[in-house]
Design a protein around this ligand. Structure first.
Ligand code: DMJ
Length: 610
């Protein structure tokens, strides 16, 4: 299939060597490369014609000036007017020290974000960076602090580690016992996940120091206290499971009352009910109490039995009946991390991959086949690959809409293909099936689309939602504002979807894809995105702000710094530029809020690998 917008050619015959479906067709020449090539061409012309010393010196001067111009730009290496645009540095090879200095810039951004939060919002869930105050949108557990702690440990941001740890030690237990309603999913992925990851990285289970690659001097948190707080919080959250008449937990918990209740419409999001297991299973492992794992795993065991559409599931589930509700199928909001955790829970429990948890990898594999068959399409005119939606189920119309949230999928697909090792190593050891290679190809194509969602806008930052032009679809709408981008006619950004919440999904996938393919273009793309965040979201008085409209310059700001900017976005960028394979992907799984937890191996497996 070429050029059309029907189902995509993700079958074996199209992705093998020499196959028709070749990612190279997406590559276009960078402006830098064009200039250098034209200089080279000119210089060979000189060789052929009359080549005087004067001409040689002029050429040398022009090259020198060009070099200085590029390297003296404020962002370091790419001139300002090219930021977030069509720069394609696929073939640039930078030195390790360049990446280390870019990584340092990310750490500085993290410390800057923290300084805004600490100065104006310490103890609140989130910073409002423009009005200089805090807001408690997540139940009042100091969510930014807990979401940030493991990032600070990983980066070696010692001051942040000590401030965050002290606040947690002195305040969090009390907050948990006094606060009211919290959402089970948000509290699990951000707060419980953040506490457990910090517990591990600070040496709590004695494995953090072995596998993480994080220097011991950075481990300043008190792991015993982190575990104690984790257990207290999880004991209260467990009420959401045990109060439900089915295996599907209720969506909310009143912490101080130790009670749980369903959402007002009685429904839970499918992704929320199925994105709890990495955290609860790890807690069972380190606390020695099996109840956390048992309750959380019942959800997935139950979901295994429910009817699906080629492995795909509706985005709502009813905890009273235990059945899915409605027919809306998508990999964006309310659906996304169901698919992510099918794979990651299977990866996390290495000892059970071939036995009790095999069904999870089978569910994941079937779902990815469903995605390829029913949801993946190409745009016109330029054949960007994207994942759309089926709002009315299998028999309803296809919607060419993709949330930025779907950009987690390239990373998940790549992880599912190699299970965390590099593609090179997997190929050398003959570990990739045709389907793995096909999924890796899809991952690379989708990552390209996700970064183009950034590069088509005036700010170089992605909107919350994009629509895509497909053949035969009348959906109209405005573009992203950057008219010179090749894909400006492929991507539609509707007025209500133009905001950017500093979300992590694209840079998350760039990090995973770079680790797995070792292709430097993912780092270059990540650097461009980081520069756009720096340019448009940094607030003078400290912190970073969400935006109302990524298509207008200067963009209007939204007065909110989401916790996941520190917990996820900056952590993934930092790790993307890391030179030393910190937190190797075959030894760690990142929960959906980017909190790394160790792959759990049996004692026997661990001793074999030493
Ligand atoms: C985070 O809380 C998690 O990544 C979640 O899975 C999806 N939404 C936000 C980030 O965008």
């Amino acid at each position: 299939m070429s050029g059309g917008s029907g189902p995509l050619p993700y079958s074996m015959r199209d992705v093998g060597a020499g196959g028709a479906y070749n990612n190279a067709k997406f590559r276009h020449r960078s402006r830098l490369k064009i200039v250098l090539q034209s200089l080279a061409t000119n210089s060979s012309k000189y060789r052929c014609g009359k080549f005087t010393v004067g001409k040689f010196l002029s050429l040398l001067m022009v090259s020198g000036l060009l070099y200085l111009f590029l390297h003296k730009s404020p962002e370091g290496l790419v001139p300002d007017e090219l930021l977030g645009k069509e720069v394609n540095n696929n073939n640039v090879r930078r030195s390790p020290s360049e990446w280390t200095s870019r990584q340092k810039k990310v750490k500085e951004a993290f410390e800057y974000a923290w300084s805004g939060y600490r100065n104006y919002a310490m103890g609140y869930d989130e910073l409002m960076p423009l009005s200089h105050r805090g807001t408690d949108g997540l139940g009042g557990l100091g969510a930014t602090i807990v979401d940030s702690l493991d990032t600070a440990i990983i980066m070696g941001a010692d001051d942040v580690v000590s401030e965050a740890s002290r606040w947690i030690e002195e305040n969090l237990m009390k907050r948990i016992s006094e606060k009211g309603q919290v959402n089970l999913f948000e509290t699990t992925i951000r707060v419980l996940g953040g506490l457990l990851s910090a517990y591990h990285l600070s040496g709590g289970d004695h494995a953090g120091s072995v596998d993480s690659g994080i220097p011991a001097s950075y481990k300043m948190a008190n792991p015993e206290r982190l575990l104690e707080v984790s257990k207290d919080l999880a004991d209260r959250l467990l009420l959401a499971f045990t109060s439900s008449p089915t295996a599907i937990p209720l969506s909310d918990v009143i912490l101080r009352d130790r009670t749980a209740h369903a959402a007002p419409d009685g429904l839970s999001s499918t992704s929320e009910a199925s994105t709890l297991q990495l955290e609860f299973s790890y807690l069972s492992r380190v606390s020695g109490d099996p109840k956390y794992d048992r309750e959380a795993m019942k959800v997935l065991e139950h979901m295994r039995t429910l009817p699906k559409v080629e492995g795909l599931v509706p985005i709502y589930i009813n905890p009273s009946s235990g059945q899915f509700s409605g027919e809306n199928i998508r990999l964006g909001s309310r659906g996304d991390s169901y698919y992510e955790y099918l794979l990651k829970v299977w990866i996390q429990q290495e000892e059970n991959r071939d036995s009790s948890l095999k069904y999870l990898f089978e569910m994941y594999t079937e779902a990815m086949r469903g995605v390829k068959h029913l949801l993946v399409r190409k745009t016109v005119p330029n054949e960007l690959v994207f994942v759309g939606e089926l709002p009315f189920g299998r028999n309803g119309d296809f919607s060419p809409k993709m949330d930025h949230l779907v950009c987690f999928l390239p990373g998940t697909l790549a992880l599912g293909a190699t299970k965390g090792i590099t593609k090179k190593k997997a190929l050398e050891n003959n570990l990739l099936t045709d389907e793995d290679i096909e999924n890796l190809q899809l991952a690379e194509d989708l990552a390209k689309t996700c970064v183009e969602m950034y590069f088509v806008t005036s700010t170089g930052l992605a909107p919350e939602i994009a629509y895509f032009h497909i053949e035969g679809n009348q959906e109209g709408g405005p573009d992203g504002g950057y008219k010179s981008n090749k894909y400006v006619n492929d991507i539609i950004i509707k007025p209500l979807d133009r905001h950017n919440l500093l979300r992590p999904e694209t840079v998350e996938s760039l990090f995973v894809l770079h680790r797995i393919t070792e292709d430097p273009k993912y780092r270059e793309w990540g650097w461009q995105i980081f520069q756009a965040f720096e340019k448009h979201t940094k607030v003078d008085s400290g912190g970073y702000s969400s935006l109302d409209d990524v298509t207008s310059l200067p963009p209007h700001r939204r007065d909110k710094m989401e916790t996941f900017f520190l917990g996820e976005t900056l952590k993934y960028l930092y790790l993307l530029f890391d030179e030393s394979n910190t937190l190797p992907l075959d030894k760690y799984v990142f929960n959906t809020e980017a909190h790394p937890l160790p792959v759990m191996r049996s004692v026997e497996q661990a001793s074999h690998s030493v």
